[in-house]
Design a protein around this ligand. Structure first.
Ligand code: C5P
Length: 224
């Protein structure tokens, strides 16, 4: 069986990461959460007071940043390291969520991260989720999925996820963040969020998680 690239794009909070992770585990593939990389850059910019509107500051900030993933294969977990420090918890908080779309629209940031993502996927056998994986990062990916779900359902799922991590945020705030990120991510000039012409659309509003995963696995097997 040949190794393929599976690109999973879509709106915020549709469950792309958990689905992608389960698909990768089932296939014995590598999983890469590209959103975590944009979140780590955002945290780095916030911590260092980098002004995203000043190009020289952005370039300088990027040159002093190293993003790596620490994979614990027995637990099936992944942690993001920013300059060697585990920032997995911090990047998931609302402070980063509120600023990430503003930082990820910068062409310098995208260029740096896309280069890294292509490098990590060059041997195939990878499931990568994000916003521009099927359109920009791997336009030749053998399988492209575009995920969407009803906004209220997405907000409810995300609120529960934050609650499990000890963060109590109102449903309105979570919903507002999802909607504003979707609008910024879809409306930006560079690599906007959009469905690739050859992507398979998956509406996860009323799908059971296992069903979501098995649909993708079936599509993947047809392409191997
Ligand atoms: O996937 P996640 O919701 O963690 O992504 C956080 C943000 O990172 C998105 O709202 C978007 O602004 C940005 N992003 C992006 N391109 C990707 C992945 C994420 O612009 N491939």
């Amino acid at each position: 069986m040949k190794k393929i690239i599976i690109a999973i794009d879509g709106y915020s909070g549709c469950g792309k990461s958990t689905t992608a992770k389960a698909v990768a585990k089932e296939l014995g593939y590598m999983y890469l959460d590209s959103g975590a990389m944009y979140r780590a850059v955002t945290l780095h910019f916030l911590k260092n007071g980098i002004n995203p509107e000043i190009s020289a500051e952005v370039e300088n900030g990027l040159s002093k940043m190293d993003i790596a993933f620490h994979v614990n294969s027995s637990e099936g977990s992944q942690q993001v390291l920013l300059n060697g420090v585990n920032v997995e918890e911090e990047i998931r908080g609302m402070e980063v969520s509120a600023r990430v779309s503003e930082i990820s629209k910068l062409p310098e940031v995208r260029q740096a991260l896309v280069r890294k993502q292509r490098e990590l996927g060059k041997h195939k056998g990878i499931v990568m989720d994000g916003r521009d994986i099927g359109t920009v990062v791997f336009p030749q990916a053998e399988l492209k999925i575009f995920m969407k779900a009803n906004t209220d359902i997405r907000a409810m799922r995300r609120q529960q996820e934050l609650l499990r991590k000890g963060q109590q945020i109102s449903m309105d705030k979570v919903k507002e963040n999802l909607e504003s990120r979707d609008a910024m991510d879809s409306g930006r000039v560079h690599s906007p969020l959009k469905k690739a012409a050859d992507a398979v659309e998956l509406d996860t509003s009323y799908l059971q998680f296992d069903e979501q995963v098995s649909r993708i696995l079936n599509l993947a097997k047809e392409r191997m």
